[in-house]
Design a protein around this ligand. Structure first.
Ligand code: SF4
Ligand code: SF4
Length: 458
């Protein structure tokens, strides 16, 4: 459809970045399906950036759908709620996609559960009035968002009430609702926008009320015309604008979206609030509408299960805590040539092997790639071609960062600003020497973090 950005100071795109094959056609036309409730769930106590929760229930206790099961005192945290009715079986350990081992609560499900139709209605097809946002104070909106345990569903898992609140120190003039979903393959946000645009619009009005943002812009890439149409129709009469941005990876990064729409540059190490903007993902904003209007907690999320290695790609509404294995089985299992399983998409996702890992609030998708889709040859020495530098959207020198990580050289990693890396994967995508740049850079960042912690203790 071509990108259009009339009335905004930005140019609708950003410098550098890459154009990987989109492959969204595998799942983009498949409606969201509510997955039948499983027999058990394993709910990790850490599902957000920040503090882990502490259980507020005991083994053998009965819980009902939506009941709070864990909470934390810290501001940067979000409580957890039972995604179905059942009995607390035990506490156990589980692994997250980033390899971290965390405590979890196992719930054994009761036979009787809310029907799939009722669940779908509960999530997306209630009344979504657009004229009631001013009835709620900023504090009340933030409080309801926190009570509902909402975190960024685009993958960042940052507690939403921390972003969506009135901040006396930082004046906010714009709320950008992120519907770019620039990660190849994934169609989670796309389906939410196409099938449930109304809660996105209502949630955006609440978020703008809470942050005092005078303008609301829903940002969508130009490869999603149906989403642009659905959101534009739902937004009629509200003053909410839709910005259609050029399809390029990583257009959905907050920093690059703000530049593309508002022509504002977040300082290095800064946040969107530093330039007067709050950014929140479309599915998160839909959850905000449900939390504020109906005081409903976040118990489910849409997960896109896709890739050439999946027999029947799907977009599924899933209870948190369901295993990746159960989702893959529900989609007919993996094809014979399946070669790699990723939590997330191929650019920023984490490769994993433990299929018993549970879905968390940050699970935007599961991508199973075939050998053909990976097509990686053997790693060779760096050719010093500079391609990684040409595409890095943060203007870093990825080859140097990878070298610093290999040499365990903290000073060099800091000098080349490894913590400025957004882990977009653009560098590894173009590297002709097949150097696993993003994996090395992630290891380098962990090394720097450990060093900083040690230094602060001394
Ligand atoms: S160095 Fe980081 S931000 Fe730059 S391209 Fe590589 S992964 Fe992306
Ligand atoms: S793209 Fe790969 S081969 Fe080229 S400079 Fe970067 S790390 Fe070296």
């Amino acid at each position: 459809m071509g990108f259009r950005l009339k009335g905004f100071p930005g140019k609708g795109t950003f410098k550098r970045g890459v154009h990987p094959p989109e492959r969204k056609n595998l799942s983009q036309d498949i409606s969201i399906e509510v997955i039948p409730p499983p027999e058990k769930l394993l709910i990790p106590l850490l599902q957000n950036i920040g503090e882990a929760c502490k259980a507020v229930i005991e083994p053998k206790q009965e819980v009902v759908f939506g009941e709070k099961i864990a909470d934390a005192d810290g501001f940067i945290s979000a409580p957890l709620h039972a995604p179905l009715s059942g009995k607390i079986a035990k506490f156990a350990m589980t692994t997250l996609p980033n390899g971290r081992h965390v405590k979890a609560i196992q719930i054994d499900a009761h036979k009787e559960q809310v029907s799939e139709d009722a669940l779908w209605h509960d999530m997306f097809f209630r009344d979504w009035p657009k004229d009631v946002y001013s009835l709620f104070s900023s504090e009340e909106i933030s409080k309801r968002i926190r009570n509902a345990g909402i975190v960024g569903l685009g993958g960042a898992a940052f507690p939403t009430h921390v972003k969506i609140k009135y901040n006396q120190k930082k004046s906010i003039d714009a709320l950008l609702v992120n519907g770019c979903e620039c990660e190849p393959y994934l169609t989670t946000d796309y389906r939410v926008m196409v099938e449930a645009p109304e809660p996105v619009i209502t949630g955006a009005l609440f978020a703008a009320m809470a942050t005092n943002a005078g303008q609301i812009v829903v940002c969508i890439e130009d490869n999603k015309p149906l989403a642009v149409k659905a959101i534009s129709n739902a937004a009629k009469g509200t003053g909410i604008k839709v910005a259609v941005l050029k399809t390029k990876y990583p257009q959905g990064s907050e920093r690059h979206m703000i530049k593309a729409v508002m022509n504002r540059v977040i300082p290095l190490g800064g946040l969107p609030g530093d330039v007067g903007v709050v950014v929140s993902n479309v599915a998160t904003i839909a959850a905000v509408a449900r939390a504020v209007l109906y005081e409903k907690p976040l118990t489910h999320r849409v997960v896109c299960v896709t890739g050439g290695g999946i027999k029947r790609p799907a977009n599924l509404l899933v209870p948190l805590g369901m295993s990746y294995r159960a989702l893959i089985d529900y989609c007919g299992g993996m094809t014979e040539n399946a070669a790699r399983i990723l939590s997330g998409g191929p650019m920023m996702g984490f490769s994993f092997t433990d299929l018993d890992m549970p879905v968390t609030k940050g699970t935007s998708g599961i991508t199973v790639l075939t050998h053909d889709e990976i097509k990686r040859d053997k790693e060779t020495a760096c050719l010093r071609c500079g391609r990684c530098v040409d595409v890095c959207p943060m203007a870093l020198v990825p080859a140097r960062l990878a070298l610093a990580a290999r040499k365990r050289d903290v000073e060099m990693a800091e000098k080349y600003n490894i913590m400025g890396c957004l882990e977009t994967g653009c560098c590894g995508y173009v590297c002709p020497a097949n150097i696993p740049l993003i994996q090395l850079i992630r290891a380098g960042k962990a090394m720097v973090m450990t060093n900083r912690k040690l230094q602060s203790k001394n």
